[in-house]
Design a protein around this ligand. Sequence first.
Ligand SMILES: [Zn+2]
Length: 150
Amino acid sequence: MLWLIESAQRILGMRGRDMPDREARWDRDGAAHGKFYRDYLPDQNKRYSCVHCQAHLAFHDDIISKSFHGSQGRAYLFNEVVNVRTGPAEERILLTGRHSVADIFCASCKTTLGWKYEYAFERSQKYKEGKFIIETIHMVKDNGWDLMAQ
Ligand SMILES: [Zn+2]
């Protein structure tokens, strides 16, 4: 009986010590998640935002090429994007050869925006590795655009 009580106390004691740790971990993850969830690009730059939820997505200056096409029309290749999550990579045969690509979606509203090139098998396509395609149908021009130049 005494042994049982001691065991119970030990278990309770352990649980008591574990709890603050677990909460601290959760808070850190929560904070990191929050930071990733909405990155803000500086106001003075031309940018693109998610047409569905207005989360910032990319700088105009990070466009590598505008001559891509997705399933829903034109698409731009970006050097870098923000507020975007990446799905699992899979191999696909595209017009330009075999690639490993992953769908990307808006971290805020979860809309699928385009894809990321994880790996290109053709040497001529290597420049796309690690870069992001966003279909123009999901983007809206936001801030800093010269209206005369559009
Ligand atoms: Zn969105």
